[in-house]
Write a protein that binds this ligand. Structure first.
Ligand code: GLY
Length: 384
């Protein structure tokens, strides 16, 4: 293997929202950082993601500790966005918009009553709205609405703007980004300690520590013994990007229905998603999925039938066997993980960066982080 450059303190595999956030934080702490991205930064799962910042709706499907992590992430998000705006000089695409959960029949209304109790129990700001009151807030909603909840703390961000801002901030902080750098695997020395990353073509990028933030593709990396791997599989999500030719105004809040969502960008663009499918690395878009998503959306917001379809795409949610992320050092000395964020990658990117940074600096993880250590899958490295 050819030594291609002088040594880095940390090499990060993956230039999505998570890898870029880690790279930025590490560079800001004075570490020599390189982010290795096989394509263009932010063009993988982050490119497809809707960007809902919805800690309760997305995380509680898994468990209480993820809910706590997600709530902490949501609480810190506005500050993260403001710092990113200042350090990048770019708009990270944050929209403080709140979210409406809507019900059209008795079953959905009963589910909303349970949502209401859950959020009240967590001390979160939530308002129960009659259909008429919901339609005052969002007049485009169908008159056949039965009940709605307004969740004041659930907002949204445009992940494409977010990753562009992170890329700019990383460069300003002195971090290096290598686009088109296809990683073959992690390289170790004779003692089994990480010494860098091997690229396709034979170049070694030397680094004292390596972070895997490669999303659903983490499982394909070489150089990691079987017992030191975090198992990752992909959960496909098909999604539509829509645009109102007459500009903003159809919806100003995120609207959530059973199994789906419409996320406004604030400028007349909307993201409509998403399916949940176990189909490996398939990113095709199917007629049936698009039909179902549009049918639901148009039933709920009849005016959505006038929207222009800008884009159809599918993303791969990186998922562990317990649906919770793996964050921090694993079994291989010098190797850290930031994978398996499933439906929560955009929300959890900043807090993941903080937790990974603690591991890189050899600090004790906060109690909140212990449940997410990769060692629940990999065993514990000597000396970690
Ligand atoms: N967080 C939304 C999704 O994964 O579809």
């Amino acid at each position: 293997m050819r030594n291609g450059s002088s040594s880095f303190d940390v090499a990060i595999i993956g230039g999505g929202a998570i890898g870029l956030s880690i790279g930025l934080r590490a560079a800001q702490r004075g570490l020599r950082v390189v982010v290795l991205e096989r394509g263009e930064p932010g063009r993988g799962t982050s490119w497809v993601a809707a960007g809902m910042l919805a800690p309760v709706a997305e995380a509680r499907l898994v468990e209480q500790s993820l809910l706590e992590l997600s709530l902490a992430a949501a609480a810190g998000y506005p500050r993260f966005v403001e710092q990113l705006r200042a350090t990048s000089g770019a708009d990270p695409g944050y929209l403080s918009c709140s979210t409406l959960f809507v019900a059209r029949d008795r079953d959905e209304a009963e589910a909303l009553e349970r949502e209401l109790e859950l959020r009240r129990g967590l001390g979160l700001a939530v308002e129960r709205l009659r259909a008429s009151a919901a339609r005052v807030l969002e007049p485009a909603l169908t008159p056949s609405l039965r009940l709605a909840l307004e969740v004041h703390g659930d907002h949204a961000i445009d992940p494409r703007k977010l990753t562009a801002a992170l890329t700019a901030a990383l460069a300003r902080a002195g971090g290096e980004l290598r686009a088109g750098a296809a990683v073959e695997g992690v390289e170790t020395d004779s003692s089994g300690r990480v010494e860098g990353v091997g690229l396709a073509g034979g170049e070694l990028v030397p680094a004292a520590q390596v972070v895997i933030a490669a999303g659903a593709w983490a499982g394909g990396l070489g150089g990691i013994p079987e017992g030191a791997r975090v198992p990752i599989h992909a959960v496909k999500g098909q999604i539509l990007r829509l645009r109102d030719p007459s500009g903003p105004g159809l919806l100003s809040r995120v609207v959530r229905i059973a199994g789906g969502y419409i996320v406004p960008r604030g400028d007349g663009r909307y993201v409509l998603g998403a399916t949940m499918e176990e189909r490996g690395f398939d990113t095709t878009v199917t007629a049936g999925a698009v039909f179902e998503l549009l049918r639901e959306a148009i039933e709920l917001v009849p005016g959505a039938s006038e929207l222009v379809i800008d884009e159809l795409c599918a993303g791969l949610r990186p998922t562990t066997p317990d649906n919770a992320p793996a964050i921090g050092p694993g079994a291989l000395p010098g190797l850290h993980w930031a994978v398996g964020h499933h439906r929560n990658g955009i929300l959890l990117a900043p807090i993941t960066a903080e937790l990974v940074l603690a591991g890189l600096l050899g600090e004790e993880p906060p109690p909140l982080a212990e449940r997410f250590l990769p060692t629940r899958f990999t065993g514990v490295a000597a000396g970690v």
